[in-house]
Design a protein around this ligand. Sequence first.
Ligand SMILES: NC(=O)c1ccc[n+]([C@@H]2O[C@H](COP(=O)([O-])OP(=O)(O)OC[C@H]3O[C@@H](n4cnc5c(N)ncnc54)[C@H](OP(=O)(O)O)[C@@H]3O)[C@@H](O)[C@H]2O)c1
Length: 328
Amino acid sequence: MRAAWFEAKGPAAKVLQLGEQPRPQAGPGEVLVRVHASAVNPSDVKFRGGARGLDMPFARIIPHQDGAGEIIGTGPGVSPGRQGERVWLYMSQWQRWQGTAAQYTVVPAARAVELPPTTSFLEGACLGIPALTAYRALDCDGGVEGQNVLVQGGSGAVGFYAIQFARRLGARRVLATVGGAKQREIALSAGADAVIERHADVPAELVAQLGGAAVDRIIEVALGVNLTRDLECLRAGGSIVAFSSDAEPRPVLPFGAALYKDLRLRCLLIYLSPEVELRRAIAGVSQALQGNTLRHNIAQVFELEEIVAAHEAQERGGSLGKLLLRIP
Ligand SMILES: NC(=O)c1ccc[n+]([C@@H]2O[C@H](COP(=O)([O-])OP(=O)(O)OC[C@H]3O[C@@H](n4cnc5c(N)ncnc54)[C@H](OP(=O)(O)O)[C@@H]3O)[C@@H](O)[C@H]2O)c1
C-alpha cells in the first residue's frame, strides 16, 4: 500500500518518507479501514518534530490520528457485519504505530465511528481530535446548559466545533475571540452570538455583550496568555477548560484573583479521557452529524504525496481551517 512514515523525529522535509508498506491485517478487536482522507493536527506535527522528546516509541510511525474511510475487514471479536461501513477515525496512532497517512490502517473497532452518507470522507477526517476535544470541554463538569460560554480562538479547529456544540448543548450565549477579520467570519459562521477581536479590551467587550453578566465557562486555547483576562470576565464559581497553552507553556496562576473567583480549572487532554466521557463525546458528535447541520472548516486538501507541504503548512500556522490529505 502507498503510505507516508518516519523512522526518526525531526523536520518534516528531513524525516517524512513516502513509499510502499505491507497492507496491515486486523487483529483481535480491530477493524481494517481503507482510508480515503487523513487530517493533519497540531499534535501530529509536534510529535513528529520532537516537541515532547526525540525518542521513537516504535521503529516506524505512519502519522496522523484522524481520518475517514471504509471498513473492509474485521478481526476476531468484531462483527463482520461492519464491513462496508463508512467511518471516521480518531486516535488512530495513539500509542500505536499505524496512523491514517496510508491507504489502509487498522484501529481498535471503537475508534472507527459510523459516518453518515451525508458527510463526505474529507469532512469526516476533520472530526477526530478537534470535535471530540470541543465536545468534551463543554460537556464535562455538568455541561453548559443555560450558561454564557466564551470560546477563545473561535476560528480554530477546536474552537469552530466548540461554538457549534455550545449551542447544541444549550448554552445561553456563545461568545468567541479571534485574531482578525477573516477569523471573525469563520466564528460567526459557526454560530457565535458575538465575536471579539483580541486586540480589543476583551473583558470590557464581553461584559457589554452580556449586558453586565459574567462568563460561566471559558474554552481556552491559550491559557498562559489569557488567564489574567479570563479571570476578569469569569463569574465566581465559573470554570476554565484549557486544552492548550503553546505561546506560554508555563502559565503563572494569579492565585488571589483565581481564589476570589472560586475558579475551577481543568486541563483537558483528549487522549486521556475517561472512557465514559469519550463515549458521550462520540455520541454527541454522531448525533450532530445525523442532522447534517454540523459545519466543517476545510482550508486546504493536499495529496498524500504532498504530506511534507501539509505538515509545513500546519507548522507555519495561519491556514484558517483544517489541512487534509486525500488518500489515493
Ligand atoms: N489538549 C488536547 O486534547 C488538545 C486537543 C486538540 C488540540 N490541542 C492543541 O490546541 C491547540 C489548537 O489546536 P487547533 O487544532 O484548534 O489549532 P488551530 O486550528 O491552528 O487553531 C489555533 C487557534 O488558536 C487561536 N489562538 C492563538 N493564540 C490565541 C490567543 N492568545 N487567544 C485566543 N486564541 C488564540 C487562533 O486564533 P486566531 O487564528 O484567530 O489568531 C486559532 O483559532 C494546539 O496547540 C493543539 O495541539 C490540544
